[in-house]
Design a protein around this ligand. Sequence first.
Ligand code: HEM
Length: 193
Amino acid sequence: MSDHTTIGGIDYGPLAALVGTWKGDKGVDRAPEPDGEERNPYYETISFEAAGDVTNAERQTLSVVRYHQVVSRKSNNKVFHDQVGYWLWDPADNTIIETFTIPRGVAVVAGGKLAPPANPGEQLVFEVAAEAGAPDCGIVQAPFMFQQAKTTAFTHTLTVRGDEMEYSESTILDIYDKTAYDHKDVNTLQRVG
Ligand code: HEM
């Protein structure tokens, strides 16, 4: 990886493209309701910070970017989703991992492989997935959620082109009388700092 991915002496590889504060106001959320679903236009701020590296079992070294996502409903300007997590990158085999938690009692470890761009400067596509019950990348949830609003799978595709980012994520839920309901969130953001 070239020098511009190095911050404070640590090579963040593709994760360097995330670092900064991003804002977007084109968000659309599709969420379950007992009698159907709701669609919520939203705006949000996501801040990503370079957070060093870690070594696992003396063999795997991961670069770490920490993030905080704060999402507000356009209709009333109230925060209705808050998420904290990390993106991790293993330079040995281009593995990427997103770990995060949301304040409903749900935590996710999602993994994937980054396809390196064919040419420098091309867009980067981060694609990760998790499945409840999987032995490695998975989803853990508090008892109420497990019984009443279970997340069975999660996929997230995040694309960065310079100072523009877009993402699409699907949280698959068993809730109310719905099985495998696709709770979907999409947005486009710009780097503002
Ligand atoms: C931009 C991102 C997101 C937004 C704006 C959002 C928003 C919402 C909204 C509005 C509801 C319905 C709440 C209600 O009517 O009671 C909901 C439900 C839910 N969300 Fe999200 N969500 C987001 C991402 C996620 C993610 C990443 C997960 C987990 C991986 C998640 C898990 C859930 C679960 C389990 C429920 C069911 C709880 C319920 O409806 O009572 N959400 N979300």
